[in-house]
Every structure is written in structure tokens, then in C-alpha cells.
Design a protein around this ligand. Sequence first.
Ligand code: SAM
Ligand code: DTB
Ligand code: SF4
Length: 332
Amino acid sequence: MALSSKDIFARTSSQGADADIRHDWTLADAEALFSKSFSDLLFEAQTLHQRYFNPNEVQISTLLSIKTGGCPEDCAYCPQSAHYDTGTDKDALMDIDSVLAAARDAKEGGASRFCMGAAWRSPTDRDLEAVCKMVEGVKELGLESCVTLGMLREEQAKRLSDSGLDYYNHNIDTSEEYYDEIITTRTYEDRLNTLGNVRDAGINVCSGGIVGMGETRKDRAGMLTTLTTLPEHPQSVPINMLVAVEGTPLSDEPAIDAIEFARTIAVARVMMPASVVRLSAGRKEMTDEAQALCFAAGANSIFYGDVLLTTENPEREADLALFERLGITPMK
Ligand code: SAM
Ligand code: DTB
Ligand code: SF4
């Protein structure tokens, strides 16, 4: 049965009624999925993908950095951290007219969701009011809205919910065990608390992580297990391939094997069958064939447009050509 992206929240809210939607996955279960032959794993992922979605449809989001650089956090992968010299400018929060002009352009380009990211540890209440106005404007254009602003307190999540926000992105990034190697300025528990505040406010959760930061397969399995043991599976699960940026501590990290990356997508699809799994950052560095493998493994969302937040993403024309070759159409 195919679901539109708007049906997913309703579907995953009634997760308890569906035997495929398990919250009792263990690390050993996840590792066993990773250990399957590639063909068996893809068959399992595709069977579930077909059951919950039209596998020929991909959800299209466009991303905009509304507040770039100078972030006080020390995330080892991030070009926007003030701890590293990456040549990223530090900008103020964009004005609402420029943000809505970009949203209009995204809509004309074919996006169904507009995602706004800010390089904050957490928003001030004043910043939050400005972002709520942006969310309202994006909604008026007939687009779904998503923001990623760092940690949120309970009342801040409620305020965003009142503005009509559809999704909040906050990634757990990696396994709890590997986390301290990557970020020291906020804890894994801080992240889970923010996700709880977002969920309790009735906003769809977008949460995933990054692959290729020097973690082990066990860490990748652990990250996915943590996502499945949340009270609800995140409605949206971005799987990013590390974009190794000069000046960050991970700049020399070797690229992860494309087949291992596709396996991670497939395991996410099997463990969270009703969630939209986004083939997120790192597509510019992938071949068309590697991306095709990820779609076949169950990825059904992308960021569309030639920049992510600060790094490059494929040109729109390249994505349209790839969709054409693969027989993919945008999810309504
Ligand atoms: N500052 C907010 C926060 O971290 O919660 C929001 C923006 S932050 C850039 C959003 C996510 O982008 C991070 O959690 C991380 O998963 C992803 N990301 C950042 N830099 C990346 C990189 N170089 N490669 C892949 N993913 C990256
Ligand atoms: C997510 O999981 N990936 C996006 C989005 N959520 C905000 C960000 C990717 C950022 C890649 C590095 C950059 O462009 O700065
Ligand atoms: Fe800041 Fe977010 Fe980058 Fe971490 S990932 S340094 S919190 S912008």
C-alpha cells in the first residue's frame, strides 16, 4: 500500500497495531541484518518498501541555511562549528522576505517540503519568534515545513507546533558509544530530550545520523537500534554520508564504501518500514549507480537543489535526469 507523505504521521502514530513496526529491535538483530548477503538484505528491504510505499516515488525537500556559521558546538563533522577554521562565513539570521523567496523558488522547482537550518546550539526565544513567522510563510505557500535549530525546551517545541511546523530535524548522529568521539559540547541524552519535546508537541520527528565518520558497523547498527526504540519511529530518517570538509577534524576521513552505505539504508528500511528514509548529505560525492543502489535499498527522500547548508549537492538537472533513468517521480 502506498502512503503519501501526509499520511505517514497518521500511519506511524498507530504503529502499535502493525507487526512490522517493532520497538523491540536489539543491537544483535540489527547486526544480523547488516551481516546478511547483500541480495537477501535488499530483498527484505524491498519487500517492506513495496508494502508501505510506492517504491517509484521519492519525497523532495529543499534545504536552506537561514543562519550560517559561528556555532558554539564542536561537532567534528561540521563546517559551521566556530571551533574549526573551515572558511565558512558567520552570518546573521536571514530576513523573512529572502527566506520566502527561496521557498517560492523551491516550490517552483518541484519540492514538497522546505527545510530551514540554523547553526545554533539552541534558539533564543526571540530567534524562535522570527523562525515561527518563516514557518507560517512557508505553509502559506502550500509547502510542508521543517526546521533544525538545535536543542529545544518543551515550551519552544510547543511554540513551533502552534506555528504549524510539520517536521523538526534533530539527528542522533551516531551510536551512543561513538558519540563522545564526535561531540563533547552536548550529550546524547540532550538530543533524546529534544526529540521527546518535539514528539510530545505533536511535531513529526526527523532524526537520523551520519555514516562514514570512522565508526564501526556495530555503531551504525547501534544508531539505527536507538532510533527504533524511541516511543515512535521518527517519521523521517535522514542518512547522511559524511561530507569531509577541510578544516574539520574529520577532513581526512576516507570515504565509506558505497555498498556499506547502501546496506545502512536497507537496514533502516527494514527496521523502520513506515518511515521515509532520506538519502541525505553526500550525494554530490556519489556515483549515479551508488545512488540508484540506495533507492533500491529503500531510500525515498532527497534534498533537491545545488547546495545543502554550506556544501554542494547535485544540480537539479542532474537529479531530474537520474529520476528519469530510474523511473522515479516525486512523492505528492
Ligand atoms: N545546529 C543544528 C543541530 O546540529 O541540531 C542544526 C543544523 S546541523 C548542520 C544538522 C545536521 O546536519 C547534523 O546533525 C548532521 O547530522 C548533519 N551534518 C552536518 N555537517 C555534516 C557533514 N559534513 N556531513 C554530513 N552531515 C552533516
Ligand atoms: C540532515 O540530516 N542533513 C542536512 C539536514 N539534516 C539539515 C544537513 C547536511 C549538511 C551537510 C553539510 C553542509 O552542507 O554544511
Ligand atoms: Fe552547530 Fe549543528 Fe554544526 Fe553541530 S551540527 S556545529 S550544532 S551547526
